[in-house]
Design a protein around this ligand. Structure first.
Ligand SMILES: CC(C)(COP(=O)(O)OP(=O)(O)OC[C@H]1O[C@@H](n2cnc3c(N)ncnc32)[C@H](O)[C@@H]1OP(=O)(O)O)[C@@H](O)C(=O)NCCC(=O)NCCS
Length: 183
């Protein structure tokens, strides 16, 4: 018990604790709070409070879409857009990024110009946990992306894809939207 108390005291007396708390607050502000107001979002869009957005003025979220916790949706710094259609379901830990660093040799990757390409995700798309969607990809309506997949190429409507890189592992058939006559 004494050991626990002295640990708490050490934390409270260490100025770095407060510096770190401030850094975390600042991070929450620039990666979420300040971004949310710049999103183009439809009705009834929901997301966890720790979803990380960048350049949210180039992110569009369709009606009823949900984004799970710890997900990352980064539009490009200058042109790359991310568009999600209505009623998409993003599980936790989904990463969608509309830019890549260049990879030419002889120059540090982080010093290379970024290459930005739009990402377009249709309606009624389910991205399983830990999905990564790379720049330039278009995902059709009703697609299911299995947990852990890395989507590097366009996916046709209704496909179920999985793996790294993601490949078609099945077909979903008509989506809920199609059955509702909304497609
Ligand atoms: C894609 C998914 C929906 C498929 O479920 P399912 O229709 O029940 O599929 P099955 O379990 O019958 O598997 C079908 C085939 O796909 C393969 N598969 C399933 N999940 C896979 C995955 N994540 N990555 C790669 N292959 C996968 C199976 O091995 C199987 O292959 P086989 O036919 O060669 O044996 C499911 O596996 C999945 O990944 N769900 C996401 C769960 C999630 O992220 N939840 C978070 C809450 S939103």
């Amino acid at each position: 018990m004494n050991g626990k108390l002295s640990g708490v005291a050490r934390s409270l007396l260490n100025p770095r604790t407060y510096a770190q708390a401030f850094r975390l607050l600042h991070f929450a502000s620039y990666s979420h709070v300040q971004q949310v107001g710049r999103l183009n979002r439809g009705r009834d869009v929901t997301f966890a409070p720790n979803v990380s957005f960048r350049n949210a003025e180039r992110i569009t979220l369709g009606d009823g879409t949900h984004i799970g916790e710890q997900s990352i949706i980064w539009a490009g710094n200058s042109t790359g857009r991310v568009t999600l259609g209505e009623k998409c379901l993003l599980a936790p830990h989904v990463t969608i990024t509309a830019s890549n660093y260049g990879t030419v040799p002889g120059r540090f990757v982080m010093d290379q110009p970024k290459i930005e390409r739009d990402i377009v995700i249709g309606r009624d798309v389910w991205l399983g946990a830990n999905t990564v969607v790379l720049a330039g990809v278009t995902i059709g309506d009703g697609v299911v992306v299995a947990a852990g997949a890395v989507v590097t190429k366009d996916i046709p409507a209704g496909a179920i894809v999985g793996g790294v890189p993601a490949r078609i592992i099945g077909w979903r058939g008509g989506s809920a939207l199609a059955e509702e006559g909304a497609a």
